[in-house]
Design a protein around this ligand. Structure first.
Ligand SMILES: Cc1ncc(COP(=O)(O)O)c(C=O)c1O
Length: 389
């Protein structure tokens, strides 16, 4: 008897491994989470105000809910035009989702059938591996290296293409490597997709977090690419709205019609309160987002300085909210290292192995804590690591 997809996804890898470390962290009163992926900032006040106002003037459930969702899709279409250079029809080419996570899952289930191969530059956000297994598809990793700051080499992607290849995943800025695909890399990968008739699964969730002049290019903005690209995004990172669970997928109408059917069968529409919040976020002032970006820029420097002082190599983060550091010289598995750091310093740093076996010995440090907390936690970690060699 063959395994059902739920049984085929191993329980102790990826996400569940991280949950075990988080449970241990919660036991310490002075614990600091530098593993977390959710922003530490509060959701900006104008967004909360909009939701408060809505609670005082309750809408008629059905009629108003669909009008509100249509308004949000208009705002998302405007954002896609302005930030990403992608033109979409808000009615037929956007589906609202419960955060980026559901967007990712729906995107993968829509694009891939059992047996399809999908090219995934790695390291990569661990949920992709799970979603690909659920689809019964085959993940074909394309390696990057710390020496090249985790840059994706389009020639390596080309070499991995077979007649069974159906799609390429492009997460830029990437989680956990924080590498950003340059405009030339995106063009080269898009050309491969056209030549070999592949779909592109683009994850733009960190597109507002760029450093040192890095430029973000959405694959669907290139001529001819919209027809073969699904693009996901969410409010969680840019607006500190993880708990509001609001994201979306945008893409060509025929694929989006399929995606919508899966969405409607699984969880129906997204919550009306989150839709209110989303409209306020996307149509309101940008200052809160820019202030958060400025804070992340300062914190990034603090993390890089700590790693430099301890002599660890890392991929220079061009985007995102984290650094992937190479700690292989300590000779411990990254899970043992994460446990040891957690026990000795009460600081949680994510083990690279949670992003795939090949990344054992690497550690992901996020900068989603206030500066003094970050300074103190890193001093504890650097001290503990210096005893290890
Ligand atoms: C690359 C990437 N895509 C999607 C997600 C899911 O985002 P959300 O928190 O909106 O579910 C994450 C979350 O960390 C991510 O890093």
């Amino acid at each position: 008897m063959s395994l059902r997809p739920t049984e085929a996804v191993p329980a102790r890898t990826g996400t569940s491994l991280l949950y075990a470390l988080l449970a241990q962290l919660r036991q310490y009163t002075d614990g600091v989470n530098l593993g977390r992926g959710d922003p530490d900032f509060a959701t900006p006040s104008h967004i909360l105000d909009a939701v408060r106002a809505a609670l005082d003037a309750p809408e008629r459930e059905l009629g108003d809910a669909s009008r509100l969702r249509a308004n949000l899709c208009e705002a998302i279409a405007a954002r896609l035009r302005r930030i990403n250079g992608i033109q979409v029809d808000p009615q037929t080419e956007i589906v609202l989702t419960q955060g980026g996570q559901e967007a990712l899952f729906l995107m993968v289930q829509t694009a891939l059938a059992p047996g399809d191969e999908v090219l995934v530059p790695e390291p990569n956000y661990n949920t992709y591996a799970d979603a690909i297994r659920f689809a019964g598809a085959v993940r074909v990793p394309v390696a990057t290296s710390v020496e090249e700051h985790f840059a994706v080499d389009p020639e390596k992607v080309r070499a991995a293409i077979t007649p069974a290849t159906r799609a390429i995943v492009m997460v830029s800025p990437n989680n956990p490597s924080a590498a950003v695909l340059s405009p030339d890399q995106v063009k080269a990968l898009a050309a491969l997709a056209e030549q070999h008739d592949l779909l592109v699964l683009a994850d733009d969730i960190y597109d507002r977090f760029l450093y040192d002049g890095a430029v973000h290019t959405s694959p669907a903005s290139l001529p001819g690419m919209k027809a073969r690209t699904l693009t996901l995004n969410a409010l969680s990172k840019a607006y500190a709205m993880t708990g509001w669970r609001l994201g979306w997928v945008a893409g060509p109408a025929p694929l989006m019609a399929q995606l919508r059917r899966v969405k409607e069968a699984t969880s129906g529409g997204v919550s009306t309160l989150s839709v209110r919040a989303g409209i306020a976020a996307l149509t309101g002032p940008e200052e809160p987002l820019l202030e958060m970006h400025a804070a992340y820029t300062r914190r990034r420097r603090i993390v890089l300085d700590a790693l430099d002082s301890a002599g660890f190599r890392y991929g220079i983060p061009q985007g995102g909210q984290f650094v992937l550091a190479d700690m292989r010289r300590l000779g411990l598995s990254s899970l043992d290292l994460a446990r040891r750091i957690l026990e000795e310093t009460h600081v949680l740093i994510y083990p690279g192995v949670s992003f795939g076996e090949a990344w054992d010995g690497f550690m992901r440090i996020t900068f989603l804590q206030p500066e003094p907390v970050l300074q103190d936690a890193l001093a504890r970690v650097v001290h503990a690591l210096s005893a290890l060699g």
